[in-house]
Design a protein around this ligand. Structure first.
Ligand code: IVH
Length: 669
């Protein structure tokens, strides 16, 4: 037995070390495969020996999908901001001011990157992360420990022996460019609003309720400030280097600087070199190195006197806006696009900029033919930040936002509660139809090899398809006759279409392009409705009783199936042999022990996840409902259940069962 325990501990230590090598030092010693292998072994041993489980084990970095609202706590030391400037001479003034305030003493400076993310305060006790708190209003912030624990470069357990028993470390949570681009591509694809910059994406992600999703997004964290009673050194730089040894990611950019000349060359070097960094930065920070001198200099009401931030100038260019054009997306949303006189900005030629929606055009008071400022701050997509109205000529034309769809001419409607205009001609408007075909064949939907954007367009324009069901009637001859279609690729498309018939039901639902039914919603629907007939005939009330299906989604599903041509398409897809139900092999382990019982789940559990309990309820004929009412039969209660739920169950006299009792009921006790 002890041997197993030793093995578990050895694996945890090894995995922590490799995590650190990989995520902090960027110098992995072993392959991903070897790493996964060790992780699997640890997972296995922990599952077999739950008595030695530890919430700090590296296996627990996957997050959970239990939602809870964040609690707020007061910061031990308020989180202040930094005085900032855009000018080198003001940084030099800071150096002179500091000399005077220190009455001529020598001092050294630490130059650092100013990371453009969202700041975080971490509390460690006895070498373990105990709490992570957002900046909030500077006095108090949200406790986001679970989410922060999913960030692989944040050490859960420190290494070494010279860290204080209790201390705070501050840093910045960032979303690296690469992950930011991946996330936005995904969002663009799903027609979800894009994040304007990595900072918004990082802070949005950190505040998500679902830590499993947080884990998936690939956040990272850099640390730059240590606070506590017993720090090992009397200067900032050495303390940060110690923090790096304990396991924190401290940027290599951090440099000791001895005089104004050093500071100036640090600025001129990083002004351009920062563009090569993997994360967004918006400036540099200069800090007095000695802690004693920091103490002498002290704070103003808002910021330390011992530090200053130098902010990089956002790159911008002045160019002419020729005209505004309009694009129609798969869901009919109209996006105005500024067509510009090409201009060079941060090394790329910019010709177009998104204007997002009509409100933005109005608030900028943009006219066609105006001279406009285009900026690429932390943003990927250049944006128009202002208009040079002094350069406005008689040629300038106020923007008349389109009233009709630029593609099919249907009068546009404004989506309630949103700034967007939409073409309501869902089934007759070409870009919408083609967009739906493109979506349908996509990798995460029906995954039809050989059809992409271009082929979808070609098939539509040649009159071979009018909707997604037509794809299944295409013959090899028809395909081979198409322009640019060699025999071989015709065969590939046919095979892709054939193979799509075994794509699981949940992806078929996603592929239909029902507004608001994305990948996750489709999965939930498939698991709970089990087949397409049930879905087609459900009322809005029945739909909203499914977990996570709100009124907007329910209404959209009802509306979709109330259109006869949609029902016809679904029927044709069924006849073509697509998967229209969940496989029945899942009969094993089914019973009607909970038949007719309505059960509410609350809290967190040890033996199964909440989703698993939900599935178990359904497998045994019961119904999982979201909130307690007179009709509820049981409350399945785990740890940390909300007091309101408990009180409500008690007041209605609803039996409360724990997981052991529940498992007993379904014969798995
Ligand atoms: S030091 C008391 N160092 O900038 C001073 N801040 O405007 C503590 N930031 O809220 C902050 N990089 O979120 C410091 N190397 C760095 C930084 C940095 C980014 C952020 C931080 C802070 C804001 C101050």
């Amino acid at each position: 037995m002890d041997e197993i325990k030793q093995r578990i501990e050895a694996l945890r230590e090894e995995l922590n070390r490799h995590n650190y090598n990989y995520y902090v030092l960027n110098t992995p010693e072993i392959s991903d495969r070897e790493f996964d292998f060790m992780m699997k072994e640890l997972e296995h041993l922990e599952a077999e020996n739950p008595q030695w489980d530890d919430p700090y084990s590296p296996t627990h970095r996957v997050g959970s999908d239990i939602s809870k609202a964040f609690t707020q706590v007061a910061h031990i030391h308020p989180m202040l901001s930094l005085g900032n400037t855009y000018s080198v001479s003001e940084v030099e003034d800071f150096m002179h001011r500091t000399t005077t305030a220190l009455m001529g003493q020598e001092f050294s400076i630490v130059g650092e990157m100013k990371f453009d993310g969202t700041s975080i305060s971490l509390i460690y006790e006895h070498g373990r992360l105990v709490r992570a708190v957002t900046r909030g209003d500077g006095e108090k912030g949200d406790v986001v420990t679970d989410n922060v624990m999913t960030i692989k470069s944040v050490p859960l357990q420190l290494t070494g022996d010279d860290y204080p028993d209790s201390f705070e470390i501050r840093g910045e949570i960032v979303l690296p460019w690469k992950e930011f681009e991946r996330l936005n591509q995904e969002r663009e694809y799903n027609e979800e609003p894009l994040f304007a910059n990595p900072r918004n994406a990082a802070s949005g992600t950190l505040k998500m309720q679902n830590s499993a999703e947080v884990a998936r997004r690939g956040l990272d964290a850099y640390f730059y400030y240590l606070l506590g009673e017993n720090l090992p050194y009397d200067n900032h730089y050495d303390n940060m280097m110690a923090a790096r040894r304990w396991g924190f990611k401290v940027s290599d950019v951090m440099t000791r600087l001895d005089n104004i000349e050093d500071v100036d060359s640090f600025i001129s070097y990083w002004d351009t070199a920062r563009k090569e960094l993997p994360v967004a930065t918006d400036g540099l920070v200069f800090k007095v190195n000695s802690m004693r001198q920091q103490l002498n200099l002290g704070f103003t009401a808002k910021s330390p006197r011992w530090a200053i931030a130098y902010k990089f100038q956002a790159e911008r260019a002045l160019t002419r806006l020729h005209y505004i054009s309009y694009e129609v997306g798969r869901t009919g949303v109209i996006t105005p696009v500024a067509n510009l006189e090409p201009v060079l900005l941060s090394g790329t030629m910019v010709r177009r900029a998104s204007l997002h929606n009509e409100d933005i055009i109005r608030s900028l008071d943009i006219h066609e033919n105006d001279m406009v400022y285009v900026e690429k701050g932390g943003e990927i997509i250049p944006k128009i930040t202002s208009v040079d109205t002094s350069a406005r000529t008689e040629n300038a034309r106020p923007v008349e936002f389109v009233k009709e769809c630029p593609s099919c001419g249907t009068p546009l409607v404004r989506i309630e509660g949103e700034a967007a205009w939409q073409c309501p001609n869902k089934y007759g408007c070409e870009p919408q139809i083609i967009g739906r075909v493109e979506h349908f064949v996509g990798r995460r939907m029906m995954n039809i090899d050989g059809i992409g954007e271009e082929t979808a367009q070609l098939l539509f324009e040649s009159g071979l398809i009018r909707n997604i069901a037509d794809l299944y009637d295409l013959t090899h001859e028809q395909l081979a006759m198409l322009d640019r279609f060699a025999n071989r690729s015709a065969e590939r498309v046919r095979q892709g279409i054939e193979a799509s018939k075994s794509v699981p039901f949940e992806r078929v639902i996603f592929a239909l392009s029902i507004p608001y039914v994305g990948e996750t919603v489709a999965k939930k629907l498939a698991r709970s409705v089990r087949n397409i007939d049930a879905l087609m005939n459900m009322s809005e009330d029945e739909l909203t009783s499914i977990d996570d299906i709100g009124p907007r989604i329910a209404e959209s599903i009802r509306e979709y199936f109330s259109v006869p041509s949609n029902r016809e398409i679904v029927e044709r897809l069924r006849v073509s042999g697509l998967q229209m139900s969940m496989p029945e092999d899942s009969d094993e382990g089914r019973s009607d022990r909970l038949s007719g019982k309505s059960i509410v789940i609350s809290g967190t559990f040890a033996r199964h996840s909440r989703d698993e309990y939900k599935e178990l309820i359904e497998r045994h004929g019961g119904k999982n409902v979201g909130s307690i009412s007179k009709k509820t039969d049981y409350l399945l209660a785990g740890e940390n259940m909300g007091p309101a739920k408990l009180e409500k169950a008690n007041s209605l006299g609803i039996p409360i069962i724990d997981e052991e009792q529940f498992l007993e009921m379904i014969g798995e006790g």
